[in-house]
Design a protein around this ligand. Structure first.
Ligand code: FES
Length: 104
């Protein structure tokens, strides 16, 4: 079992709109959609844009470059030109946001 890593705090997430942390296969972004937190690869599977710069809509995050949509819960791409991305377990202890750096 891989140890969880500290990604930041809920306060920081609220202020910045995202958190970033290094994972086993690249950078992970943590975002919230309503009350729920999600951790997903930060590098878009299409051409590598930073997904955390995208908008969130209806449970999906939308890449800022070519608008590929990824389900936050599963990492599944909803557009044929982009492959699925990995998701990660995220938990909260008090104000601290923790992420398992190994993909689900
Ligand atoms: S780089 Fe993300 S959709 Fe093209």
């Amino acid at each position: 079992m891989t140890a969880q890593v500290r990604a930041g705090t809920l306060t920081e997430l609220s202020a910045m709109g995202h958190l970033l942390v290094d994972g086993d296969r690249g950078e992970i972004c943590i975002v919230s959609d309503g009350e729920q937190l999600f951790a997903i690869d930060n590098n878009c599977s299409h051409m590598g844009s930073q997904i955390h710069r995208g908008n969130i809509s209806e449970g999906n995050i939308i890449c800022p470059w070519h608008r590929a949509r990824f389900e936050l819960a599963t990492g599944k791409s909803l557009d044929l030109y982009a492959k699925d991305v990995a998701t990660y377990e995220v938990t909260v202890e008090g104000d601290i946001v923790l992420v398992n750096p190994t993909p689900r």
